[in-house]
Design a protein around this ligand. Structure first.
Ligand SMILES: [Zn+2]
Ligand SMILES: [Zn+2]
Length: 125
């Protein structure tokens, strides 16, 4: 099994000509061309993925329109670093949320005020 000028690849273990093995990191780490390629492709894929995050346009999750990135609020929690819906829709939603919640907020305030004034004088209908 001792083939001259051949060594197993440190990664996949396939016996490869020394001339076709590449030092990877340390002197004793020898990788075959396939493993080097795989590693490079994985690295490239990772980097492409990161590059892809830097998008110039994004589809709004509410109005479904593709808009430039500047039309989106930044959102660090998001993978793309942008809010899932555009500024316009965000503002609309915020307004809607406030309008919806202000009723509750007022209601709570009213109940609280009533309770404060009326004390334990709460008649049940
Ligand atoms: Zn290999
Ligand atoms: Zn939108």
């Amino acid at each position: 099994m001792n083939q001259e000028g051949m060594k197993p690849c440190s990664k996949c273990g396939v016996l490869t000509l020394l001339a076709d093995l590449y030092n990877y990191g340390s002197k004793d780490t020898l990788w075959c061309q396939a493993c080097v390629n795989n590693q490079y492709n994985a690295w490239k894929a990772r980097n492409t993925l990161e590059e892809a995050v830097e998008i110039t346009e994004k589809r709004c999750g509410v109005c479904k329109r593709v808009k430039p990135v500047k039309d989106f609020y930044k959102d660090r929690a998001n993978k793309t670093g942008l809010r899932w819906c555009c500024k316009k829709c965000s503002d609309k939603q915020a307004k809607k949320w406030r309008r919806h919640n202000i009723k509750h907020i007022r209601e709570y305030a009213r109940i609280w005020q009533t309770n404060k004034r009326g004390g334990s004088n709460n008649d049940a209908d």
